[in-house]
Design a protein around this ligand. Structure first.
Ligand SMILES: *[C@@H]1O[C@H](CO)[C@@H](O)[C@H](O)[C@H]1NC(C)=O
Ligand SMILES: *[C@@H]1O[C@H](CO)[C@@H](O)[C@H](O)[C@H]1NC(C)=O
Ligand SMILES: *[C@@H]1O[C@H](CO)[C@@H](O)[C@H](O)[C@H]1NC(C)=O
Ligand SMILES: [Mn+2]
Length: 643
C-alpha cells in the first residue's frame, strides 16, 4: 500500500462521518418539516418570480427529493464498499468501522422514514384515477400514472403491470354452463378497432380472445388502426404481431388507415378484410369472457339474419376490476344516445335466462354473418368520428329484414373510459350523425331528433353529408318504415307530434335570462343566464303543456310539465306530466309567440319579478302583460301575435 493510499484509509472514517452527518441532517429536514415549509424552502425564490400551478411546484420538489435519494443511495453503497475492502486491509480500522455502522443504520432508517412520508403526498387529490387506487405510489409514479390516464382515459399504468392473461370472474348465469352447442359451428373473424389505444390493452384483448375462443373456430384476429397518433402502436405492435404469428401462424392481421376515418369506417375496413363465416366487431379495450363465442356462432348459424350483441360487464377504468352488469336491452333516446332499457315482458315470460333477448339496438360491439352484414350495407361510411352509427345500423337491420338480439350467455368485459381521447367534445359529431340517421331512416318522425338536440327544422346549418346512396340502398332492400319499427320493435320510444314551439324561452323584460329547469334533483324552475344547454330546453305543445328541461320522450319515463300548484304564494313547479294529469294539476298554458303565458285553469300568468336581492324570480300572478318568446316554432304556429 502506498503512503497516499494509507493516508486515504486513515482519513476515511472522519470523511465518512462528516458526509453522513450532512446527509442525515438534510433528511431530517425533509422528514420533519411540513410540506408547506418544504415548498418554501425549495421554491421560495422561484415562487415569487414565477407563480407555478400547485402540481408543477410539487413536481419540482419531488424531483429534488428523488435526486437526493439517489445521492444518498450512492453514498450508502460507497460506505458499504469501503467497509468490505477495509476488512481485507487492516484491523486497526475495525474501531472506525464500529463507529460508522450505527451511522449507516441511522441513514437507512431516515431513508425508510422519508419513503413512508412521501407515499402520503397525494399529488392529484381530485383525479378520478386515484379515488380507489394508487395509495402506494411514489410521487414520480403518480405523475406518470396521471399522465397516462389523461392521454388514454383509463389506467394504463396499472394495465401495463397486470398479466395479459389475467383471469376475470365468470359472470354468466349458472344455467349458461349447462348449455351445449353444436359441434359444427361457423368460423369466426374477430375485428378489433382502435385509435390511440394503449398497447397493453390491445394485447390483453388479443390474449383473452386467443385463450377463450376454441382455436378450431377462431380463424383470424384483424386489428384496425384508425390512424393512431400513438407511436408505440407502430413499431411495438408490429413486433408483437410477429410474435403472435410465430406461435399462431396467420392468426393476426393489421390494417392501418393512412388518415383518420372514424368508427364506422374502421369497422367497415375490418369487415372488408375478414374471411370467416361470422365477424365479431369489437372495441380493443375489452376482454372476452369464457364461452363468449359459442352462443354467438350457434345463434347466427341458426338464423343468419340476426345481428347479435354480447352482454357487457364494466371493467373499471381505474382499478380494472370487473363489475357484473345486469342483463338489459340496448335502446336509445331521441338524441340517439344509447341507453339500457328494461327486458321485454315476452322474454321474461319464457323463464329461460339463457334465451336470446330481442333488442331495439346495439351499443356498437356486434357479431354478424359476414355476408348478411354486407348484403344490408355493412356500416354507413358517411357517419363521421363517433356516435349514431350503432343506431343507424340498428334501424337498418330491423327495417330491412334482420333482427337484433342480446345473448345472455356471451359476455365481454369492456373498459368504460373516463374520457375519450380522440375528441374533447363529441357533441358536434353526435349531432351531425344523428341528423343523418334521422334523414335516412326516420320518415315523418325525424323531427324528434331535431327537437331533442334543439336544432331548427329548416336551415339547420348542419352538413350531414350525401345520403343519396343510403336512400338508394333503403329502396333496393325494400325496407319498412320507421313507424313500423316504433310499433313492432321499440314501442318504448315515444314520438310527439303536438310540439309547436321549442328551444330556449325568454321573458322580454331581460333577454339575458332563460327559463331553466333549476337544480336537479328538485322541481323548482328558475330564470337563469342563458347558456343554451339542455336544462334550458322548453317544449310547448298545441295541447297546452310546457315541458321544461331535456326531452325524455320515452314511454317509461315522464317529461316535466310546468305546473301552477294553485297555491297563494304563486310559485310554479315542475311535475311529471303523467302524474300531474291524473292528479288534476294545472299544467295547461295559453301561449303565443311574443305573448303572455297564462294558465288555462287558474288564469294566472307566468311572470318574472325582482326579489329583494335584485335577481329575477319566477312568479304566478295576475297578468301584467309580460311577454315571452320561444326560440323555434313549428309550421305556422307563432306567426301571429294575438295577445
Ligand atoms: C495494520 O496496520 C497497522 C498500522 O497502520 C499495523 O501496525 C498493523 O500491524 C497492521 N496489521 C495487520 C494485521 O496488517
Ligand atoms: C429499512 O427498510 C428495509 C426494507 O424495507 C428494512 O430491511 C430495514 O431493516 C429498514 N431499516 C431500518 C433501520 O429500519
Ligand atoms: C399466464 O401465463 C403465465 C406464463 O405463460 C402462466 O404461468 C400463468 O399460469 C398464466 N395464467 C393464467 C391465468 O392462465
Ligand atoms: Mn368502447
Amino acid at each position: 500500500m502506498s503512503p497516499r493510499q494509507k493516508m486515504f484509509w486513515r482519513k476515511l472514517p472522519k470523511a465518512l462521518c462528516i458526509g453522513l452527518t450532512l446527509a442525515i441532517a438534510v433528511n431530517l429536514i425533509l422528514v420533519f418539516f411540513t410540506k408547506g415549509t418544504l415548498q418554501n424552502l425549495f421554491m421560495g425564490g422561484l415562487h415569487r418570480e414565477l407563480p407555478l400551478p400547485l402540481s408543477e411546484r410539487h413536481v419540482a420538489v419531488i424531483k429534488r427529493l428523488s435526486h437526493l435519494e439517489v445521492e444518498l443511495q450512492h453514498l450508502k453503497e460507497s460506505v458499504k464498499l469501503a467497509l468490505r475492502q477495509q476488512e481485507n486491509v487492516n484491523t486497526t480500522l475495525k474501531r472506525a468501522k464500529d463507529e460508522v455502522q450505527p451511522v449507516l443504520k441511522a441513514v437507512e432508517a431516515t431513508m425508510n422514514e422519508t419513503k413512508k412520508h412521501k407515499t402520503h403526498v397525494k399529488l392529484f387529490p381530485h383525479s378520478q384515477l386515484f379515488r380507489q387506487w394508487g395509495e402506494d405510489l411514489s410521487e414520480a409514479q403518480q405523475i406518470k400514472a396521471q399522465d397516462l390516464f389523461q392521454r388514454f382515459g383509463y389506467n394504463v399504468y396499472l394495465s401495463n403491470q397486470l398479466p395479459l392473461n389475467r383471469t376475470i370472474p365468470d359472470t354468466r348465469d349458472d344455467r349458461c354452463l349447462q348449455k351445449t352447442y353444436p359441434s359444427q359451428l361457423p368460423s369466426l373473424s374477430v375485428i378489433l378497432i382502435f385509435m390511440d389505444e394503449a398497447l397493453s390493452i390491445i394485447q390483453r384483448a388479443i390474449t383473452s380472445i386467443i385463450n377463450r375462443t376454441p382455436s378450431r373456430l377462431l380463424k383470424e384476429i384483424i386489428l384496425v388502426d384508425d390512424f393512431s397518433s400513438n407511436g408505440e402502436l407502430k413499431v411495438h405492435l408490429n413486433e408483437k404481431i410477429k410474435l403472435y404469428n410465430q406461435k399462431y401462424p396467420g392468426l393476426l392481421k393489421i390494417i392501418r388507415h393512412p388518415e383518420r376515418k372514424g368508427l364506422a369506417q374502421a369497422r367497415n375496413s375490418g369487415w372488408e378484410a375478414a374471411t370467416a363465416d361470422v365477424v365479431a366487431i369489437l372495441d380493443a379495450h375489452i376482454e372476452v369472457n369464457v364461452g363468449w363465442a359459442e352462443p354467438i356462432l350457434a345463434r347466427i348459424q341458426e338464423d343468419h339474419t340476426v345481428i347479435v350483441s354480447p352482454v357487457f360487464d364494466n371493467i373499471h377504468f381505474d382499478t380494472f376490476e370487473l363489475e357484473k352488469y345486469q342483463l338489459a336491452v340496448d335502446g336509445f333516446n331521441w338524441e340517439l344516445w344509447c341507453r339500457y332499457d328494461a327486458l321485454p315482458q315476452a322474454w321474461i315470460e319464457l323463464h329461460d335466462v339463457t334465451a336470446p333477448v330481442k333488442s331495439p339496438s346495439i351499443m356498437g360491439i356486434l357479431a354478424a354473418n359476414r355476408l348478411f352484414l354486407g348484403e344490408i350495407g355493412s356500416l354507413d361510411g358517411g357517419m363521421l368520428i363517433y356516435g349514431g352509427e350503432n343506431v343507424e345500423l340498428s334501424l337498418r337491420v330491423w327495417q330491412c329484414g334482420g333482427k337484433i338480439e342480446v345473448l345472455p350467455c356471451s359476455r365481454i368485459g369492456h373498459v368504460e373510459r373516463h374520457h375519450k381521447p380522440y375528441a374533447l367534445d363529441l357533441t358536434p359529431a353526435l349531432k351531425r350523425n344523428a341528423l343523418r340517421v334521422a334523414e335516412i331512416w326516420m320518415d315523418e318522425h325525424k323531427h324528434m331528433v331535431y327537437l331533442a338536440w334543439n336544432i331548427p327544422l329548416q336551415n339547420s346549418g348542419i352538413d350531414f353529408g350525401d345520403i343519396s346512396s343510403r336512400m338508394a340502398l333503403r329502396e333496393k332492400l325494400k325496407c319498412k318504415t320507421f313507424d313500423w319499427y316504433l310499433k313492432n320493435v321499440y314501442p318504448l320510444l315515444k314520438p310527439i307530434h303536438t310540439i309547436i314551439g321549442y328551444g330556449t324561452m325568454k321573458n322580454l323584460l331581460d333577454e339575458n335570462l332563460c327559463l331553466d329547469r333549476g337544480a336537479v334533483p328538485g322541481n323548482t324552475p328558475i330564470m337563469y343566464n342563458c347558456h343554451g344547454f339542455s336544462s334550458q330546453y322548453v317544449y310547448y305543445h298545441l295541447t297546452g303543456e310546457l315541458y321544461v328541461g331535456q326531452l325524455i320522450a320515452e314511454a317509461s319515463d315522464s317529461d316535466r310539465c310546468l305546473t301552477d300548484p294553485g297555491k297563494e304564494e304563486g310559485k310554479p313547479t315542475l311535475e311529471p306530466c303523467s302524474e300531474a294529469a291524473t292528479n288534476g294539476l294545472h299544467i295547461h298554458w295559453d301561449f303565443k309567440q311574443g305573448g303572455a303565458v297564462m294558465n288555462r285553469d287558474t288564469k294566472r300568468c307566468l311572470e318574472m319579478k325582482k326579489d329583494p336581492s335584485g335577481s329575477h324570480v319566477l312568479v304566478l300572478q295576475t297578468c301584467t302583460m309580460q311577454v315571452w318568446e320561444i326560440q323555434h316554432t313549428i309550421r305556422d304556429w307563432g306567426q301571429t301575435n294575438s295577445q
